[in-house]
Design a protein around this ligand. Structure first.
Ligand code: NAD
Length: 464
């Protein structure tokens, strides 16, 4: 590292430190405690997203080749719904909640007061670079925090729009975006934040938690992993194929909750694979690499990582072609796969779908339970007993029966992982709860007192 680089890093760290200080001061002035203030900031956020909508879509196309309709649905539309809900329900969410008090404390009242943590840090990944930067912030603002977001450096166009949007909408002492790479992230993690919300890989999640532990900063970790997709023999195969192809190929497989691999009942494998190939063709034609609508891999490093799986064993049953210049890889099915091959060891994060088969559902349950708890799980079946067995015996973050991805689309369901796929959750009211400390208060009466609660040499029963 040369002196100029060192100097730049020190300069950035100083800027970050003074920004955090400003935000802490802003928070301590108590301005974010007003619900009107929070609603006003949420409205500003919504207006700013609207103003920059076209620039956001252009940036998503440049960084990831996201088609405008897909980008709107997965990166922008969802945010409007979340902001509207937060504005509409904020009063109710923020109201102290009265709870029962045991008879022992006769005369007292108990309630839970949600209070903001203070100044929070949101670190975002590149795969849904706009949505995953803004969605947590909605909860952070609704709950009354000040917030700094660090967008991913791998999607620079989106990162630049985010920075512009924040500058135009907010006083940086309240909400700001800090652009930059791992160094910026590290400099931020060294600051005395009151809460850290991280979305990204398991490995970096671990680093974030380690650094937060030094200051005992609470964290939410939205991580990844391998999400299984089970197709039972009684499933509606055509429908299952379409819904799985949709979930796998969105953003070229670079979705944290994409079906990572398939577990298909032996008896229906051939028919299901045919239906899956038909669905791939229906969505992106015979030459998906040339399709304007088909996403690209974010950069060469990830491209090389993903095509590496093609060499790692198994038989390509469909697709397998790629174009490094365009960073595109065809929707690809791999058969004859074993659990030991690289494609079954790491999260694939690309349009490659390995297929394993099973005979009894117990085999599936045991195999999944032997591995880290998945972020998502998908099951296609019409059999209630199979559904109960799988949902009851496998631990996973969230998922769908007879669909993929859709559990993310409803703010009534908390979204998050478990075990290695993460901790904590958000969306809708769950976002507000994530960014709020629940302060417990017991308010005692002064109208009377119970003598028996105090130490005494004599036995004293009754009222004072
Ligand atoms: P990543 O962990 O490499 O990076 C995420 C963020 O952390 C980026 O902003 C990056 O700059 C920063 N970062 C990277 N290395 C760091 C370090 N050593 N110290 C501090 N900060 C660091 O993840 P990614 O490649 O951007 O995203 C892909 C991963 O994220 C996949 O595993 C995917 O499953 C997961 N993901 C999870 C969710 C979810 O909601 N659970 C959503 C999207 C992506």
């Amino acid at each position: 590292m040369n002196d100029a680089h060192n100097g730049k890093l020190i300069g950035q760290a100083n800027d970050i430190s003074s920004l955090v200080e400003k935000q802490k001061r802003f928070f301590s002035e108590g301005r974010t405690l007003s619900l009107e203030f929070r609603k006003e900031q949420l409205s500003r956020l919504k207006a700013a997203v609207k103003t920059y909508e076209q620039e956001i879509l252009d940036a998503l196309y440049a960084d990831l080749n996201k088609a405008a309709d897909e980008a709107f649905m997965t990166e922008i539309g969802l945010l409007y719904t979340e902001i509207n809900e937060a504005i509409k329900r904020l009063r109710k969410w923020a109201k102290p909640k009265k709870v029962r008090t045991p008879l022992l404390f006769f005369g007292a009242k108990s309630y839970i007061m949600p209070e903001p943590y203070g100044t929070v840090l949101v670190i975002a990944p590149w795969n849904y670079p706009f949505q995953l930067a803004i969605a947590p912030i909605i909860g952070a603002i609704a709950a009354g925090n000040t917030v700094i977001v660090k967008p991913s450096e791998l999607t620079p166009r989106v990162s630049a729009v985010l920075a512009k949007l924040f500058k135009s909408a907010f006083d940086p002492a309240f909400a700001a975006a800090v652009e930059g790479d791992v160094e910026a992230s590290r400099a931020l993690l060294a600051q005395p934040f009151d809460y850290i919300f991280f979305t990204g890989s398991v490995a970096v999640g671990r680093t974030v938690m380690e650094s937060a532990a030094k200051r005992l900063i609470p964290v939410t970790l939205e991580l990844g992993g391998k999400s299984p997709c089970i197709v039972h023999r009684d499933a509606n195969l055509k429908l299952a194929a379409k819904r799985i192809a949709y979930g796998k190929l969105m953003n070229a497989g670079q979705t944290c909750v994409a079906p990572d691999y398939l577990l298909v009942h032996e008896a229906v494998k051939a028919e299901f694979v045919k239906a899956l190939k038909d669905a791939f063709r229906e969505f992106y034609g015979d030459n998906p690499i040339e399709s304007e609508r088909y996403g690209k891999i974010v950069n060469e490093r990830h491209f090389d990582r993903v095509i590496g799986y093609l060499e790692g064993g198994g038989t390509v049953a469909h697709g397998g072609r790629y174009d490094r210049g365009k960073l595109k890889i065809e929707p690809t099915l791999i058969e004859n796969v074993t659990w030991e091959q690289p494609v079954m060891q790491d999260e694939i994060f690309g349009p490659i779908l390995p297929i394993l088969t099973y005979d009894r559902i117990d085999e599936v349950i045991n195999a999944v339970n032997e591995r880290p708890k998945p972020l998502a799980l998908y099951l296609f079946t019409a059999d209630g007993a199979i559904e109960r067995d799988v949902l009851g015996r496998i631990s996973f973050g969230g998922g769908c029966v007879n669909d993929t991805l859709m559990h993310l689309g409803t703010s009534n369901l908390p979204f998050g992982g478990v075990g290695e796929s993460g901790m904590g959750s958000y969306h809708g009211k769950f976002s507000f709860d994530t960014f709020s400390h629940r302060k417990s208060v017991l308010k005692q009466t002064t109208r009377f007192d119970l003598a028996m609660r105090y130490p005494s040499d004599k036995s004293r029963i009754g009222l004072l």
